[in-house]
Design a protein around this ligand. Sequence first.
Ligand SMILES: [Ca+2]
Length: 110
Amino acid sequence: MAIANFLTASDITSAINACKAKDSFNPSVFFKTIGLSKKTPAEIETVFKILDQDKSGYIEQDELQLFLQNFSKGARPLTAAETRAFLMEGDSDGDGKIGWDEFSALVKSS
Ligand SMILES: [Ca+2]
């Protein structure tokens, strides 16, 4: 399943455009703008599984870096600073990756 199937194309465009400039990405703003915060747990879980490209059960740093490209193919990779900030915001148990519980909490608090 593609992310575009259950998010609105105009919301995706707005969210991607809002963080076009380097170091302007903010996870909370992004999840809110793209409409993910309002989705059901099942839908949020589907997005998590897409973001977890290697199906490890976690979103690791390399997957975070390419986060935006899951929503729009031509989107830029996150900068090292953005990737680090994203990880720090989501990784509440400090294991260096974002698990399902952490991702869900991050999305819902957006
Ligand atoms: Ca992974």
